[in-house]
Design a protein around this ligand. Structure first.
Ligand code: APR
Length: 253
């Protein structure tokens, strides 16, 4: 990748970098995007119905089974070169805030311990009734390849049923997560948008806010997105290729 001098200077002078990631960040780890996640048993269901409180109320075993199947795939996946480069970059700059729309834990597993999960996490379920957190048993259950219906566990406190800790369609983002993301966006001088189609709001608002506030916006994506004309740099390529190349260029400087 040819890294132009202006981009290199922007990165070298950055005081606070925000890295904002979407499904494309985890694609090279083999995690299907939300819209591709309908294989096997799930092919016949609309993901936007499965990912809603209406869908859960209508058929808890179906929805819980889908999320457990997705969680098992994540537990078996490994962070890719893009995740690792972001973790390395974090160690080398004054301040880096990592914001993700992803519900996996691949950033954490590559070394970023403080991650703002705008859309929640597959790994932090809670009670549908009393909202108390639920802890999964250790280990990776033997989930059948194609997935299966599965009754959700019961809450230890109120005997309600457990739901996934993700933000469903029709639900608000966590106010605390959004505030942190917004504050980082408004105080950064460089904003990376990596592997997101920039279509889902309010998350997609963040790079636009950063740009309006004077930050340089660098987009990493093999394809065109809704952010293209707002980004200062469009680095066309996979996160797992572009981010390591960018890190190498910084180190070599
Ligand atoms: N590296 C970088 N980007 C990639 C790669 C890759 N290897 N592979 C694919 N992409 C890009 C695609 O070109 C696309 O622009 O990743 C983007 C994925 O877009 P979406 O599937 O729309 O994912 P995302 O933007 O994260 O969706 C946002 O929508 O479905 C809901 O809540 C869900 O968090 C999700 C949100």
């Amino acid at each position: 990748m040819i890294l132009d001098d202006a981009l290199l200077a922007t990165l070298l002078n950055a005081k606070h970098i925000v890295v904002f990631t979407g499904a494309g960040m985890s694609a090279e780890s083999g995690i299907a995007t939300f819209r591709d996640a309908g294989t096997g048993l799930w092919e016949q269901y609309d993901p936007s119905v499965l990912a809603s409180s209406q869908g859960y109320r209508a058929d808890k075993a179906l929805v819980w089974g889908w999320y457990e199947w997705r969680r098992m795939r994540v537990l078996r996946a490994e962070p890719n070169a893009g995740h690792i480069a972001v973790a390395e970059l974090t160690k080398r700059v004054d301040q880096l805030t990592l914001i993700t729309q992803n519900v996996d834990d691949l950033h954490e597993r590559s070394g970023n311990t403080s991650v703002i999960h705008l859309h929640g996490s597959l790994h932090s379920p809670r009670c549908f009734t009393c909202a108390r957190p639920y802890t999964f048993p250790d280990g990776i259950p033997n989930e059948p390849v194609g997935g299966r219906r599965l009754e959700p566990p019961q809450c230890n406190h109120c005997k309600g049923t457990i739901r996934p800790g993700v933000v469903w369609f029709g639900e608000m983002l966590s106010e605390a997560a959004w505030k942190q993301a917004e504050q980082a966006t408004l105080t950064c001088d460089v904003f990376f948008s990596i592997g997101t189609s920039s279509l889902v709001w309010p998350a997609a608002q963040l790079p636009v806010m950063a740009s309006a506030n004077g930050a340089k916006v660098i987009q990493v994506n093999p394809g065109a997105t809704a952010l293209d004309n707002k980004a200062h740099y469009n680095l066309r390529g996979k996160a797992g290729e572009v981010m390591p190349a960018l890190l190498d260029a910084l180190i070599a400087h």
